[in-house]
Design a protein around this ligand. Structure first.
Ligand code: FAD
Length: 333
């Protein structure tokens, strides 16, 4: 193994148009603070067929170095080709730590890499910091059904690998004049050896259009909404504010709204400017994924509901009375 660097790597996931997924750019933010704490550089890894757009983003969001692997075999994600290329890079450069977005792609790729490297994987992290005492990254993730947050150190294995949920971190400041060192690696994987073949693509219409992670305003409904019709009121408030509809898991599991709207440990992590929780009690699995919102407003009939503990503004009342009044006030503006 060529031990010529000890850097922290951030995987920049791309879509089929070659654009960077937000989560990779967000991870450059903790990537910077954690790599500086260890005297390292932050290195972005871009694998794809056409990588210019993603490389430009990785550069503008502050990567010190960008390692690019390009080829037609990387036009669409496959476990075989991506794990092969990424593993070859790790073997050559020996990074200390690797951050990967906890997207569908990242949740597939990261465990494959960890297994090939015989190292651990801390999956689905919601917080990262540097543990000064041991000199390790501290990876925080929900454990035991989200009932406690585990802070995990990996003192004995390198590289240490973790996946981090989208929208946990804000993207760093963009600076289009920033220049990164660009390194191109020729690593190829035969297309014939990719064992998965795309037969048909069935798009989930809701998943395509609902961008909870990027939403500035979210109006969420829970069990208190009472049924699918109750979500019409939630939608009206979201429309009045130019926001997006979210939901608790109970509302999704009850079939009142599609899973694309679910906020929480097993749904999406969000950090909008304004989060309005309507008829949501504030279970830890829900709070874990929305408590970083800038302003939280809760509407609940129960003054003891835990959601009020984290709300900036709380309204004790029936959402079916409060929301129409809310909308009327907005209409007056
Ligand atoms: P409830 O807890 O039943 O709360 C309903 C609230 O509505 C109550 O506070 C009530 O006072 C209020 N209310 C009733 N009527 C009205 C009214 N007319 N007006 C105003 N308020 C009213 N949950 C998630 O949300 N997301 C997840 O991703 C998630 N993942 C999970 C993962 C695991 C492993 C586990 C074990 C659980 C998970 N949960 C998740 C479930 C979570 O524990 C809670 O059960 C769930 O969040 C509760 O949803 P709720 O707040 O809508 O319902």
């Amino acid at each position: 193994m060529e031990m010529n660097s000890s850097n922290l790597w951030v995987f920049i996931e791309t879509n089929e148009k070659g654009q960077a997924h937000n989560v990779g750019l967000e991870l450059l933010n903790p990537g910077h603070s954690l790599s500086r704490a260890q005297g390292d550089e932050v290195v972005a890894i871009v694998i794809g067929q056409h990588t210019e757009a993603a490389v430009a983003s990785a550069e503008a969001y502050g990567s010190d170095r960008i390692i690019i692997v390009e080829g037609e075999e990387y036009a669409r994600y496959s476990t075989d080709a991506f794990a092969y290329a990424f593993h070859a890079l790790i073997t050559k450069y020996a990074p200390t730590s690797i951050l990967i977005g906890a997207t569908d792609l990242g949740r597939d790729l990261a465990p494959r890499l960890a297994c090939r490297l015989k190292t651990g994987l801390t999956a689905d992290c919601t917080e990262l910091d540097f543990d000064e005492e041991s000199g390790n990254i501290a990876w925080t993730r929900p454990a035991f059904g989200g009932n406690l947050m585990a802070r995990i150190l990996c003192p004995n294995h390198r590289p240490q690998i973790g996946t981090v949920r989208p929208a946990v971190f804000k993207k760093p400041e963009q600076d289009t004049s920033h220049k990164a060192e660009i390194v191109r690696e020729e690593i190829h994987f035969s297309i014939e050896n990719i064992r998965t073949k795309l037969i048909e693509e069935i798009l989930d219409a809701d998943n395509e259009t609902i961008d909870l992670e990027g939403a500035e305003i979210i109006v969420s409904g829970g069990r208190g909404v009472g049924g699918p019709d109750g979500f019409k009121v939630i939608q009206q408030l979201a429309d009045a504010l130019g926001g997006t509809v979210g939901a608790s898991r109970v509302a999704v599991d009850s079939g009142w709204i599609s899973s694309a709207h679910q906020v929480g440990q097993t749904g999406k992590t969000v950090r909008p400017r304004i989060y309005i929780a309507c008829g949501i009690s504030g279970a830890i699995q829900h709070l874990a994924a929305m408590s970083s919102s800038d302003t939280i407003i809760a509407i609940n009939t129960d003054p003891e509901a835990p959601i009020f503990k984290i709300a900036d503004y709380g309204i004790v009342g029936d959402l079916f009375k409060v929301i129409p009044e809310f909308i009327a006030l907005i209409d007056e503006q």
